[in-house]
Every structure is written in structure tokens, then in C-alpha cells.
Design a binder for this molecule. Structure first.
Ligand SMILES: [Zn+2]
Ligand SMILES: [Zn+2]
Ligand SMILES: [Zn+2]
Length: 129
């Protein structure tokens, strides 16, 4: 679902691969450190800029209330909700038809013109429980 037709630059690809491989969401500071460690020549400003571009392209999502980002795994879906482990930080994306229907009910009953919603569940993953 990439709208951008320009070729993805090497540092940007390395950044995206790092985020996709990471078991938990990482912030720009950690991303920069990991990229440098892997031998990718990139400065902090470029990390921020590339993260912003990848968010814009819908390839990443930000963990609510933090600077950490996670990869989008359900690109075909319109909604991208996450469940995040508060102990190890691992996150996964989920989609629920029933949930979207319930939100539709809320929209109708409040009579708001809803433009979107953000939803993230917090809890303990299977290995942290
Ligand atoms: Zn997503
Ligand atoms: Zn949704
Ligand atoms: Zn966990």
C-alpha cells in the first residue's frame, strides 16, 4: 500500500528491517544506536526523518504515548490496533470486525462525525504472565 513510488534508500530499508526484526517497539534513540552498531552510516536527524516518512507511508505505527514505533503487519486492513505487553514491550497488531461494529454503534448514538480512532490494549504477553 505504498503511495510513494520513489525507491526506498538503503538507510531507510535498513531502518525498516531493524524495526521489523525487533521483538519490541524501539524509539529513535535506540534505532539510531542499533543502526550504527550494524554499520549503517546515518545521523540522528535522518533517523527521525525516515521514521516520520515510514509512519506517513503507513509502514509503521507509533505506540500510543511513546516515541517507539512498531511495524504494520496487517497492511490490507483499515484499522491498526495493537496489544502491548507492559513487561517486555512486545506488541502485536490485531483487527476485529466485532469491535469496529461496536464503534459504529458509539458513533451513531453520540451523533458525532467520527474521523478516526486510536486503540491500544495493554497487558502481559504469554511469556511474561
Ligand atoms: Zn498496521
Ligand atoms: Zn478500528
Ligand atoms: Zn511480555
Amino acid at each position: 500500500m505504498r503511495r510513494d513510488r520513489r525507491p526506498i534508500t538503503r538507510p531507510r530499508r535498513a531502518l525498516l528491517e531493524l524495526i521489523e526484526r525487533s521483538p519490541k517497539p524501539l524509539g529513535p534513540r535506540e534505532l539510531h544506536r542499533e543502526l550504527r552498531r550494524a554499520g549503517v552510516r546515518i545521523d540522528r536527524v535522518s533517523v527521525y526523518r525516515n521514521v516520520a516518512a515510514l509512519l506517513e507511508l503507513g509502514l509503521l505505527h507509533r505506540v500510543l504515548g511513546s516515541t517507539a514505533v512498531r511495524p504494520c503487519v496487517e497492511r490490507a486492513q483499515k484499522c491498526h490496533h495493537a496489544i502491548v505487553c507492559t513487561a517486555c514491550g512486545s506488541a502485536r497488531e490485531f483487527h476485529s470486525v466485532a469491535l469496529e461494529k461496536a464503534l459504529g454503534d458509539v458513533r451513531r448514538s453520540t451523533r458525532y462525525r467520527v474521523l478516526g480512532h486510536l486503540l491500544e490494549l495493554r497487558g502481559l504477553c504469554e511469556s511474561c504472565r
